[in-house]
Structure formats: C-alpha cells, structure tokens
Write a protein that binds this ligand. Sequence first.
Ligand code: SIN
Ligand code: CO
Length: 383
Amino acid sequence: MRIHHKTHILGKISVDTFLKKYWQKKPILIRNAIKNFKSPINEKDLFEIIQNEGVISRLIAYKKGMWQVKHGPFKKSDLFKKLHMPWTVLVQNVNHHLPFAESFLNLFKFIPYARLDDLMVSFATKKGSVGPHFDSYDVFLFQALGEREWKISAQKEFSLDKKSAIKIISNFECKNSWVLKPGDMLYLPPNVGHWGISQSDNCLTYSVGFRAPSVFDIQSKFLDFIQDNLITNKNDLYKDPNLSKQKNPAEITSNMIKKIRQTANQLRWNTSLLNTFTGQFLTEPIESAIFHPPKTMKLEIFKKNLLIKSLKLNPKTRMLFIKTNFYINGECIKSDKKYALYLKQLASNRKISLNSNLNKADLSALGVILLPLYLSGFADFIQ
Ligand code: SIN
Ligand code: CO
C-alpha cells in the first residue's frame, strides 16, 4: 500500500483545530484516519529486523503475576511462537529500517521535525499488552492490523508497581475505552495513563512518538555548550585590591560573594550562539545511530552524480534549519545564504534532485556544500 504524502490523517478535524484543541492538551480518537488501510509491514518484517544489532526491541509478557521484559536483538531460534502466554514485541525506530515506515512519518508533517522521535511498531498476540503505563511523549497510536482495545485514564497521580521490570501503573482507573480497527488512530498527550490490550492474534500498532527534551537536559547541555564556547580570557583573575581585615579568615564575606555573582552574571550569549546550540542540540542523532561513510568520491564525480540522481538523507539523519543556517546530526553545515533554498528543500523533503540545466558555478558550490554530507554517510544517492 502506498500512501500519498498529502493524505490528511486527522479525519474530520483540521490541523489548526487539532493543534489548538488537542495537541499537548487532551486525547482524541480518530476513526478511519486512513480508510481501507492495509499494513505493508507485517510480523515477519519485524522478526527479520529484530535479529540485527543496533535495532532496539523488547519482548513483554505477563507471567506468574509479573510483567517481564527481554531485550533484543533476538535470535531466530528464540522466536516467540513457543510462548504459551500472550506477548508483545516492540520495535523502536522502524523508520530507520523499513522504507514504508519512513514514508508513513510524512503524514505527520504538521508537527515540526524537531519534535519527531520515531515510529515504533508493536506486534501482539491475543490479550498481549505492555500493561497500564504513561509516557513522557506525545504519541499517535495507529492501528495497522488486527484489533486493540485502548483504555485511558484521567488520573493525575499514579502509583507504580514496584516489583515490575517495566513501568506499570498499579492504581490505573479507566475513564474511557475503545476498540481500534485497522486505520483508526488515538492521539495521547504526555502523561496520560493508557493500556492497550490486543483483541486478535495479529495485532500490529504503529506508535508515532514526539519527543520533548527535558528542561534539565536543555539546561545542562546548554551549560556544556557555553563552557565549550567561553570567550573569557583565561588569564583574567579574581581581584581584591580593597581588601580589609576580616574578623575570621575562614569566612567567605558578602563582598566575595558579590564578586563571584558579578563574574557569574558576566556569562552572556548572543542570538547567534543560542541558535547554534539549538540547531546542534535538536539534530543530535539517537545514540544507536551509526553512519557508515561510503568509499571516498572526488568532487567532480560527486557533481556528475548530483545531476543524474537524487541525494537522499539517511533515515537516521536529522537535518533542521534556522533562517539560512543549517544543522545536520549535531553539526553546522557550511554554506552560503545563496544556496539556502536548495538546503531547505533537502531538509524538508529529505531528498534533493537538481535540475540538469543548473549553471556550472552553482553546481560547483552545491557540490562543495553537499559532498561532506555524503562522505559522512548522512546522505546517499538514489536513482
Ligand atoms: C503497544 O503498542 O503495545 C504499546 C504502545 C504504547 O503504549 O505506547
Ligand atoms: Co505507551
């Protein structure tokens, strides 16, 4: 099944209404978000990829009164058919591994890429579940195959099950429940208690997750960044030419504290530094993302390829921009403002095809800008 990237996935609700009334505010169920949906991803695809190192997956089952978890990669021989209990396998970042999963994310372009985390796919047998829990993510739970009952709660306070290997709410109170069929979708803001229970032996759910960096993470990474970019002269010293005799030499006086406060307050950052931090921070790739640089390629050959092929971002690549400054996988891209239109196209469509009539000077300049992305494995040619 091919999905047109312009498909509207919010049913009768417009993007504006969704953002105003529901996004980060309250859950909404959308029946038939995609009509007649047939999942091109199936359990076999999942079982194939979870055998690879670098694919993050978990097997969850409820056994002997406890929620149990096993982490992948899994061997073919420990596939789960033998389990005599309901189970779920969850596979993270499926958009990095299966092209359909990557294209499915295009349906959510109404949320900035900077917020996008991944497409997780779960497969569950009848009654399979990962238990009642809450996430720190905004998530669209799209039913791809089979049926799943979703229960949600309106609680603000949760108690957690201490003996469980995964985060389970022990005092879950169901406020609403629905059975989702293929093509239906449930949106949940962060911290809404939810509990999905498979109603069929072939339950496939796509979770499109949107990350929100923690305030702590933003602040501590910013402090690191500021430290790395300090412009203070290392030879400048603390000075006290007006020192007067203290009663107790061990005391840190208010005068000293004042000087330290003044020094701390001298820390400044301008917009340009803040933007660089933001661009680098928000394009930092996930920890498990490994980029494999290709064999080297000379600029002249690269330019020829640019004219006959499309250059596509690696599915693991994060590329964003602020005005005419571009960031990729935690780095700044060196480019002239003149070429911003091309780079915006690459960042938003995640691929670029150059017109074969492009003049020599522009082709050369674009070659110089794009070649390092290719040589780092951040982008590759497709026909
Ligand atoms: C699932 O797909 O089974 C769980 C997804 C979630 O609750 O976030
Ligand atoms: Co969840």
